[in-house]
Design a binder for this molecule. Structure first.
Ligand code: ACM
Length: 687
């Protein structure tokens, strides 16, 4: 039996990895005329999902494939016992069993939701190769680890129209997410059509907002995929766009306009103004009408309290109400907000700043400033979910996010406290992400978070994850996700119609990644919502195939020592070096010089004889310094091949032929290469 974490060759290419997979010899051919049956109460959702699966398979084959009832060489049966809630609820049964034999496929689930999750697995299992189209013979039993597996999308900083959200839902379905969290209002945009207070979207959105009809369609499309949709209205901070419409609700007088800059701003709603609660009451009524989910997110993050501190009336109110500080005042506001939500049968979700003893214990805390707040919330009796470590716009590789666990093995919580940890959400903040970049900054890395939230904690093999994500990436593209195509398109646009230049930029870009964390905001100061995001740094992706392949091939060469592998590595380095050399006089000059030198270091390391522990230590020390220099270049992109280059240099010092076994040898390479800084990047607070 293949259990999770096994790296067996031929292991199934499914993300998230199922809880249990037994794989047997043989295959189940799939061909036109496939008989497809479903059996269970209700069933519209299953039939629609089946149609999407078959359309995906047709795109994979590249030809229309008529699935008509007929003599079944390998029929598919999808069966479930009861219909889940029409609008899915937190904690419904999503388990399924999938058995594929040469005689056919049987997918069984307790609910139609489970059937949908099983279909997401089945779709990914299809193999198309020289032998035709076939399914592996497997027995799979699967269920999620956590009930709340979300993707948060910020449609405020950069507007993302409904088409983007619709294709995002298809990506989410493949990755078995089950919550779409829409961040609908922030300093830079109010994106919800308010019928009671239309000034909000009229003055707060530059004309870019979701109509209620569009949102109902999104909710329906999500429900058809068995996802919940949680809307967020961020209060009392992050509310400049509200104040552009209603400046009288502010804590400081002023003429407010939609904020164009990023960061934390002083504008904040006045908690002592009754009109604030009147507006919120009307808005929540509208939200409740559009979003049936029992949870509403009220934000609550990053209120710097400056304008509260400067307002004498607010300070007096705090004294007379016995509110010791601004967090206490915000908790007082949150209590009132929460009572408004209760009136609509809603439970409140907030970022971790809302955590306060005065809040009712059905509040859900979304931890973003560090995993500690999640444990803290659980200890204090609140449910919570993790987003710290899951900010995809930080541009870390998938493996980095994958390493963050809502319930790490060394947590010190009781069983009761652990049960309060509902899961987590990947988050895509869009300060540095335009509409055409959104898919590339989200996929396929979001699926690494989806797997962390679905699969057992013991599933941690990052090499296997990367292999499976590369396959999933193609599946996502078949569903219309634009992460792969937009990078090339943006590079061609930069080349202004010159194909040779596009090729050079493409090769150069394939060694790079956008800089991680929010270092870019320190490098490109003064950027605003009006700045065009059309540079090479916007086109490149955090998990490019080029650096991943290079890292894998370096590792293989270090392990196996095939001479032709060394030649292939050298060929790749010369290609990168050549492209960089042609860009030295351009705006990318500094980075191009650094990449060329880093490639030279790699070529020099490869030129030493096998196991050449005798190579001068001074050369290696200097080579490490050169790589450190390449890492330190001030540019909006990182050279993404430095870790494998460090390994090549380290290997010249301790030799390649590991007698103690590869793992121990590799540890020595890591020590020699002093990779800590490169591999473990710190995560500074957002803002
Ligand atoms: C946040 O990132 N301010 C929730």
């Amino acid at each position: 039996m293949l259990t999770q974490g096994d790296k067996a060759p031929g292991a199934i290419d499914v993300v998230p990895l199922p809880v249990s997979v037994e794989q047997f010899a043989g295959s189940c051919p799939v061909s036109a005329g496939l008989e497809w049956r479903d059996q269970g109460p209700g069933g519209d959702r299953v039939r629609e999902a089946s149609a999407r699966l078959l359309a995906g398979w047709e795109r994979r084959l590249g030809c229309a494939w008529t699935f008509r009832p007929g003599r079944p060489p390998s029929p598919v049966l999808v069966a479930w016992e009861k219909a889940g809630a029409a609008i899915p609820l937190l904690g419904e049964d999503e388990s399924y069993r999938l058995e594929i034999s040469a005689a056919g496929t049987v997918l069984r689930a307790a609910t139609d939701l489970g059937a949908l999750r099983g279909l997401a697995t089945l779709e990914q299992l299809l193999v198309v190769d020289g032998a035709g189209a076939w399914l592996p013979v497997v027995k799979i039993a699967d269920r999620p680890r956590f009930p709340w597996r979300g993707l948060m999308v910020d449609v405020c900083r950069h507007w993302l129209p409904p088409a983007v959200i619709r294709r995002t839902l298809d990506g989410m379905a493949l990755a078995k997410f089950n919550v779409l969290h829409l961040h609908l209002a922030d300093d830079q945009g109010f994106r919800f059509e308010s019928r009671t207070h239309p000034r909000l979207h009229e003055r707060g959105s530059d004309g870019h907002y979701f109509t209620q009809a569009q949102l109902r369609e999104i909710v329906a499309a999500a429900a058809a995929r068995s996802f919940r949709v949680v809307p967020e209205m961020d209060v009392p901070g992050h509310a400049t766009a509200w104040l552009a419409a209603y400046p009288e609700l502010a804590s400081q007088p002023g003429a407010y306009a939609v904020e164009r800059r990023w960061g934390v701003h002083d504008a904040v709603l006045d908690p002592t103004n009754e009109k604030v609660y009147g507006l919120l009451a009307d808005l929540f009524a509208e939200l409740a009408d559009v979003f049936p989910d029992p949870f509403v997110h009220i934000g609550g993050d990053e209120n710097n309290g400056k304008h509260w501190g400067e307002n004498a009336d607010i300070q007096k109110f705090m004294v007379t109400s016995g509110l010791a500080d601004h967090p206490a005042l915000q908790a007082w506001l949150n209590r009132r907000v929460q009572r408004l939500l209760v009136g609509h049968g809603k439970q409140m979700v907030g970022w971790d700043e809302v955590l306060h003893p005065d809040l009712p214990r059905d509040t859900v805390i979304q931890s973003w400033r560090g995993a500690d707040s999640l444990a803290e919330a659980a200890r204090r009796g609140f449910r919570g979910m993790l987003s710290s470590g899951y900010y995809l716009d930080h541009c870390h590789p998938a493996a980095w996010h994958y390493g963050k666990d809502p319930l790490p093995a060394d947590d010190v919580l009781t069983e009761e406290e652990r049960a309060r940890v509902l899961g987590g959400e990947a988050a895509v903040w869009t300060e540095w992400i335009s509409e055409e970049m959104f898919d590339g900054r989200t996929w396929p890395r979001a699926a690494a978070v989806a797997e962390r939230l679905w699969s057992p904690r013991a599933v941690t093999d990052t090499a296997d994850l990367e292999r499976r994500l590369a396959v999933l990436s193609e599946r996502l593209a078949e569903h219309g996700l634009q992460h792969e195509q937009n990078e090339g398109r943006m590079i061609r646009r930069l080349a202004q119609g010159d194909p040779a230049r596009a090729a050079i930029l493409g090769i150069f870009a394939s060694a790079l990644a956008p800089i991680a964390n929010y270092r870019r905001s320190r490098l490109q100061v003064g950027h605003t919502q009006a700045t065009q995001l059309t540079g090479l740094e916007d086109a490149v992706r955090p998990d490019g195939a080029g650096p991943q392949r290079f890292a894998r091939e370096v590792e293989e060469w270090l392990r196996d020592g095939q001479a032709d592998a060394a030649q292939a590595l050298a060929g790749q380095l010369r290609l990168w070096r050549g492209a960089a050399a042609q860009l030295i006089t351009t705006e990318h000059g500094t980075l191009a010089v650094a990449l060329a030198d880093a490639c030279d270091v790699g070529l020099e390391a490869l030129s030493y004889p096998d196991g050449a522990a005798a190579v001068a230590a001074d050369w290696a020390a200097e080579a490490m310094d050169r790589l450190a220099g390449a890492a330190a270049v001030r540019a909006p992109m990182d050279i993404a091949i430095l870790v494998p280059l460090h390994r090549l240099v380290a290997a010249t010092q301790i030799g390649r032929g590991p007698e103690e076994g590869f793992a121990g040898w590799r540890r020595r390479v890591e020590d020699a290469a002093n990779l800590t800084d490169l591999v473990q990047r710190n995560l500074p607070p957002r803002g």
